[in-house]
Design a protein around this ligand. Structure first.
Ligand SMILES: NC(=O)c1ccc[n+]([C@@H]2O[C@H](COP(=O)([O-])OP(=O)(O)OC[C@H]3O[C@@H](n4cnc5c(N)ncnc54)[C@H](O)[C@@H]3O)[C@@H](O)[C@H]2O)c1
Length: 408
């Protein structure tokens, strides 16, 4: 099926791959925030992007392979086991969108069979669709953007669905550490079809990556020599359970390590940096705990070290970022832009095609959203010159501790 230019609408129609904890938080968030007007709304980086509010995002298609999710309305599937993330918006009306069986490929790791059903994936016995059938579903649903939330290590499955997105003429947001946006071959294919692409591996709102990067940048700016660092993470959700299979972890480790290395004054030797998911602790459920240690040298070659512990609910922590990536992709569709969207990929993802400091990426993203980059499309270029287009810093995140959201 050839990519046809879709009419712009005031809704942002998305299809989702993988109705796990992240999809649950995203869909709860869409309803939680709705079309709220408050300036000081808690927890969002942007109340509006290009006139789109979170409530303008509409899920029109969804795929999963778990028996407890396939065949259910999306509003029910997101609360089915083994999902275990915090429910902050329980009353979501049926969406009238039934979760379809997906193609399993490498989405399901064999070791997942060794755990209790409530903690692991249970494969559905429904017939798996072929590529044409997935493309047809995407096309018939009116989806404009395909959002990837498959398990880490779903290399073949991600490529299969990215292929479907290309064929059905959808933008693609790759939230997982399989390299699509950062693989020039895939980036070119989306560019050739003039379809927007954001990726890879979503960076949480205030998670281990952004904190580790910010501290690393601080060491650099304050002239502290960083000599050794680790970032250890534990959690009890299926994302962490899936990552117990170390064979699936290669790209996750690259993505997370590179996110930190790329902001160092001087890259550390591999033996001096360890960044990665570390263990599955079932009772933690969707609570992720991160331990960071940084050892360095201050003035006079005097040693120092820093220990930090961060505790967050994993999935809502990335859902607000997803809400922004979706609206940035819609903005690109409205503006007729295709290929990798460098500014939002750099700000919102751990492994974009090009790394910038978070300040640079932030400014580029604000410029992209405000449309100030459109002259000559400078910010879409994949070479280093794009940095020169950065605008001065300006605060746009306004949060007040006492503000309330009343949708849920
Ligand atoms: N803060 C975050 O939560 C965060 C940050 C960065 C990246 N991610 C990544 O996002 C992805 C999703 O995370 P999650 O916590 O929602 O995981 P999850 O384990 O809760 O959900 C994955 C879902 O994918 C489904 N699935 C498996 N194979 C499939 C296939 N072939 N087709 C369709 N569906 C399939 C599973 O049944 C499950 O419902 C993971 O790769 C994770 O590493 C999450």
């Amino acid at each position: 099926m050839n990519q046809a230019k879709r009419p712009s609408s005031n809704k942002v129609k998305i299809a989702i791959l993988g109705m796990g904890n992240c999809a649950s938080s995203l869909i709860q968030g869409i309803h939680f925030y709705g079309n709220a007007e408050q300036e000081d709304i808690i927890g969002l980086m942007h109340r509006e992007i290009g006139g789109y509010k979170p409530g303008d995002i509409e899920v029109v298609a969804a795929f999963d392979v778990d028996a407890r999710k396939v065949g259910k309305d999306v509003a029910k599937a997101i609360f089915a086991e083994p999902n275990c993330t915090k429910v902050f918006c329980p009353n979501i009306p049926a969406l009238g969108v039934i979760v379809k069986m997906g193609q399993v490929l490498d989405g399901f790791s064999d070791h997942m069979k060794n755990y209790e059903d409530k903690n692991t994936f249970v494969l559905s016995e429904e017939a798996q669709p072929d590529k044409d059938e997935v493309v047809q579903v995407l096309h018939d649903s009116g989806a404009e953007i395909l959002v990837n939330y498959l398990p880490v290590g779903s290399e073949k499955a991600t490529r299969f669905y990215a292929e479907c997105a290309l064929e059905a003429g959808l933008g693609f947001i790759n939230n997982i550490p399989v390299f699509i946006a950062s693989d020039p071959k895939w980036a070119d294919r989306f560019q050739d079809k003039n379809l927007p692409l954001i990726g890879d591996d979503i960076k949480s709102q205030l998670g281990a990556t952004i904190v580790h990067r910010t501290l690393t940048d601080l060491f650099k700016k304050r002239g502290v020599k960083l000599e050794n660092t680790y970032q250890l993470n534990t959690g009890g959700n299926t994302d962490f359970l899936n990552m117990l299979n170390r064979h699936r972890l290669a790209s996750k480790k690259t993505s997370k390590t590179e996110a930190v290395q790329s902001v160092m004054a001087k890259r550390l030797d591999a033996e001096n940096i360890h960044v990665g998911p570390s263990d599955h602790v079932p009772w933690q459920k969707d609570n992720k705990v991160c331990f960071i240690r940084m050892e360095g040298k201050l003035f006079g070659d005097v040693a120092m070290n820093l220990e930090m512990r961060l505790s967050v609910e994993d999935s809502p922590n990335s859902a607000g970022v997803a809400i922004d990536t979706i609206r940035c992709t819609k903005l690109a569709l409205d503006r007729g832009l295709g290929g990798v969207l460098i500014p939002p990929s750099s700000y919102f993802c751990k492994h974009p095609p090009q790394q910038f400091t978070d300040d640079e990426a932030y400014n580029m993203t604000e410029a992209f959203i405000n449309g100030t980059d459109l002259e000559g499309g400078e910010l879409r270029r994949q070479d280093g010159d794009a940095v020169e287009e950065i605008l001065p810093l300006k605060p746009v995140v306004k949060v007040r501790a006492d503000s309330k959201n009343t949708n849920c």
